[in-house]
Ligand binder design. Sequence first.
Ligand code: SF4
Length: 226
Amino acid sequence: MHIIEIYKSVQGESTWTGLPCIFVRLAGCNLRCTWCDSEYTFSGGKKMSLDEVEAEVLKLAPVKLVEITGGEPMLQERELIPLMERLLQQGFTLLMETSGERPLANVPKAVHKIVDVKCPGSGEGESFHLPNLEALTKCDEIKFVIVDRPDYEFARDFTRQHTLEAKVNAVLFSPAFRKDAAPARDAGNCALDPRELVEWMLQDGVNARLSLQMHKFVWEPLTKGV
Ligand code: SF4
């Protein structure tokens, strides 16, 4: 596998926010979102065997929550699925963050998938693999990263059209962070003011959950490996 980093921190997104978590960050992505904060994953990475990745994760125990992220993890599906099976067997709770562009049908059902649907402002608005809606379970979460009103309307309408609340554990509306974020750990670094997003959600009665990237309020927003 091509691995960028394996480290321990607190989970910064999703309904798992705030919990201690081991992150396994895979190299490579086939998308280029305008607001991407993980461009350092696009190339490189250390080549590691399944045994080596598993051993690194076990070293960071007793934390029992592991997130597989990237880049886009599913680009390494052939190695990733066996890794997931091993870690599940070791008793870890597994999360996977994915762009939603790759087919997810082969992911073990016990893995909690956190699946992006890219909004138009990402520049990758047509990338979602629609059959993935059939692979979702009530353990999963769908996330929209939102930069402006058209993105919000896309997220709202997609949520309603596909009755996402009935399909998944949570629908997350997350304001994008600015790529030129200042060191200040505050909402001024959001590309869209979270308060404005909340007002739109309340006006429309959208059954979604506001999601802020908590790690960007704990550490300076451009800090890597946290
Ligand atoms: S899918 Fe994720 S890693 Fe890839 S470009 Fe978009 S935000 Fe960055």
